[in-house]
Ligand binder design. Sequence first.
Ligand code: HEC
Ligand code: HEC
Ligand code: HEC
Length: 429
Amino acid sequence: MFKRLTLAVLVMLLVGCVGLSWHSEVPPIGAPPSSSFPAAQVALGGQLAGAGGCAGCHTAAGGLAYGGGVGLETGFGTIYSTNISPDVQTGIGSWSLAAFDRALRQGVARDGTHLFPAFPYTHFTLLSDGDVGALYAYFMTRDPVSSPSRANRIPFPLNVRSLQAGWKLLFFKPGVYRADARRGEAWNRGAYLAEGIAHCAACHTPRNRFGAERSDAPYAGAPLDGWVAPTLSAASPAPVPWSQQDLYDYLRNGESERHGVAAGAMAAVVHQGLARLPDSDIQALATYFSDLGGAAGREPQAAAALALAQTRRLADVGQETDPAANLYLAGCAYCHYSAAPGPGKVSGSLALSTALTADDPANFIQTVLHGVGGAGTPGPYMPAFAGALTDADIALLAAYLRRTRSDRPAWPNLLPTVTAHRPMAAVPP
Ligand code: HEC
Ligand code: HEC
Ligand code: HEC
């Protein structure tokens, strides 16, 4: 009986979906001449394209700008990004503003088919008309790149695009951003940028089994290509709250004195993405996220946490016979000891980093394996230790630093966890 009922519901859903899924084609146009877009509009579009991470997903490593073909691993298979350069044959050169707008804010391609939510239209839907127009101006004035799209590797029936209508019915809330009248201008600007173009939640909010962001766990943290995008809500494991100033420093320069450095995918978000936004927008993001994390309420505890981190730098003194302490003193303390600010200070205290206080050791392991910065990334540098340290060494260091630099319970199964992380991508596409 139950089975029959489920089947009936499924069939109904399917029929509903097919009905709802129908969208007409937007007629093709001749590529509009670059001169038809004012320079200021193109410049704004460039800023937004940066904040939206369009290049990160649409420019393949070593490929031409916006030529597509970047493979995104989703829980459902590999989906390839498309060519969004203004090439008429293989890109979006024949797309009118209406077609581009519908793709960004409704997730429907020019030919009327549904796009998969690996493309974060679920966030871009919040964009204002002006910002969509600016993005269109920016992309229509790029160099056209001839690069045909690659076939996705998604199994049947998940590859059936019309079924996306059902997904949208359940998980997609279309509509532009509505300001919260109880909040100030900076907060609303921050919320608009974060929830819309910058789609911070796409990485920092865990997903349900249908691949949709969980509305019951906003910014609760989520795994990402071997890393973890940490919790940004009030449940953040950061020893010191993320104040507005901390967030500004981190999002503007990739580095916060009271926390640490942006590595992994976050390094690209900061240095290639947010870098193009004006200071006022970075301040707005900082306003929004310091409020979301309840920083003001936690600030009174900050002084004690900072003092404790300072004393934890001395944890290794007299521990020279401990093999783990020895490893740390030999390989890491050179840069990470630095008990006081001054010429010897290369980096912040590890006791302040969520790499050591998070439930998951992923970011600690990835940082040690792959290092920090380098290869054109501005800011601090730490060498990769993948070649110098064995899995057992890294597990030993992780256990030791967790014990001496945090109050959190020991991480379980460290050795197999390190082994599993070793082959994972250092920096996701
Ligand atoms: C997280 C990765 C990601 C980001 C960020 C991203 N895209 Fe995409 N985009 C994709 C993928 C994947 C597709 C293909 C979706 C599909 O085939 O259903 C896509 C499709 C598109 C399409 C439809 C093109 C077509 O031929 O159907 C447009 C237009 C587009 N993106 C524009 C943008 C713009 C503009 C930005 C930045 C504001 C952006 N994308 C940011 C992954 C991304
Ligand atoms: C050549 C200097 C250098 C050495 C050696 C070094 N590090 Fe680092 N490390 C840095 C810098 C610089 C940063 C980024 C700035 C910061 O966190 O203050 C960093 C960051 C980190 C972070 C991330 C902290 C954060 O910012 O969130 C971890 C974890 C870490 N290092 C662990 C280690 C371990 C374990 C070793 C020894 C195996 C080690 N480091 C050796 C310079 C170094
Ligand atoms: C492409 C995925 C991705 C996007 C988009 C993204 N983040 Fe991150 N974020 C990460 C990852 C991964 C880390 C962990 C980096 C590390 O440990 O160095 C991180 C770390 C952070 C941290 C440090 C948290 C802590 O306690 O250590 C902050 C703050 C942050 N992100 C804010 C943001 C904001 C604000 C946005 C949107 C403007 C954003 N992120 C967008 C992946 C992402």
